[in-house]
Design a protein. Structure first.
Length: 367
């Protein structure tokens, strides 16, 4: 009875998606088992196999299983290296895709390695202004941001925007995408006045041209919402992030990484609005989802722990905050390095907490 009830409450669109996804995963698995062994492959067979592996990898990626996608893209790259020239578009696509999955699971050093190889190959064989080259350049910039190399990231984002402005008419989706990237970078680096005109203009044009639930528009809502948060305008940030959360949840499901990211950010917004119980609920749910997906020793888990710790501090639950900060510190120092901004920020919070715990406000006032 419970299964029948759940099926009735699923939309036909979701059922169709589940059927297609299940079929593709099964078909891909059968294909990988049935297809000739590596020793029996020639370039033609290898190319077909790589194309099929890419299709299967994207099925897993779209479900949020980036670890499985990483394994498959890695297999495709091995085949490309064995049977194709370094300039082959399929080889360069495999490099870019593997870099993308490495970044999604938090392996930034590996992501940078694959993106650099893909970018150098595409620039050499396609040209520096080719769309595929610029896509990889955007990906490179995003990894530089994650690694704290903001100087390199800014230069890349600015160059991409200028290149696309020279290629397209104003309002072209690629230009708007670059405006969102550069505006998001300025917001991330604390340059809010530089960020605002890029984000406002691009968001308004995307809503007009693509609608409010298009993927590009949702990305713009996230960046504009993050800008509102940085300005202390949590009410407007909440409106935008609720739209994103509902749309992403409907499109991807509650356990998808992109949905968990928005859920965690909503927890931060609730904290800013003083709604602490809701903040804890959303942040703990996002943390549990990320641990289920990535395990306990992942950079995104550290991000969730850090945000949860800040909320505990706001509730004056200092021992709980210290516990989750310590967990986050262990993860960040190992995965990102001692000098990464995340690691240093967490350690600063730990030092402040230890001082507060050792010297409570009441004790200081009594002296």
């Amino acid at each position: 009875m419970e299964s029948s009830f759940c099926m009735k409450n699923l939309s036909s669109r979701h059922l169709l998606y589940l059927y297609i996804t299940s079929f593709l995963v099964l078909a891909g698995s059968i294909f990988c088992l049935w297809y000739p062994n590596r020793s029996e492959l020639n370039e033609k067979h290898a190319r077909k196999r790589v194309e099929n592996i890419h299709q299967l990898a994207w099925v897993y990626a779209n479900k949020g299983d980036f670890t499985k996608a990483q394994t498959l893209f890695g297999e495709s790259l091995e085949l490309c290296r064995d049977f194709m020239e370094g300039s082959d578009p399929l080889m360069l696509s495999s490099l870019n895709n593997l870099g993308w999955t490495e970044k999604r699971i938090g392996n930034y050093v590996q992501a940078l390695f694959y993106y650099n190889e893909a970018y150098n190959g595409r620039e050499k064989h396609l040209g520096k202004s080719h769309r595929d080259t610029l896509i990889t350049k955007v990906n490179l910039a995003s990894v530089y941001v994650e690694r704290g190399d903001l100087t390199h990231a800014e230069a890349l984002y600015q160059d991409i925007l200028e290149t696309r402005k020279a290629q397209f008419e104003p309002g072209h989706p690629d230009i708007l995408s670059s405006m969102i990237h550069l505006g998001g970078f300025y917001r991330y680096s604390g340059q809010l006045e530089l960020a605002k005109p890029f984000l406002l203009q691009a968001t308004n044009l995307l809503v007009e041209t693509l609608g409010s639930e298009a993927d590009s528009t949702l990305q713009a809502f996230e960046e504009l919402g993050a800008l509102h948060m940085a300005e202390g305008n949590f009410a407007d940030a909440h409106k935008l992030y609720v739209q994103v959360f509902e749309a992403r949840k409907k499109q991807l499901g509650l356990e998808h990484q992109d949905v968990l990211k928005v859920q965690e950010t909503l927890g931060v917004i609730f904290r800013g609005m003083g709604r602490m119980d809701e903040a804890i609920e959303f942040q703990k749910s996002a943390l549990a989802g990320r641990r289920k997906q990535f395990g306990y020793f992942h950079a995104l888990v550290a991000s969730s722990l850090y945000n949860l710790g800040i909320t505990y501090v706001g509730m004056n639950e200092l021992e709980s905050a210290l516990e989750v900060f310590a967990q986050a510190d262990t993860i960040c120092s190992h995965n990102l390095g001692e000098g990464h901004p995340w690691t240093m920020g967490i350690r600063s919070e730990i030092q402040n907490l230890q001082q507060r715990i050792q010297s409570p406000v009441g004790s200081v006032l009594d002296q």
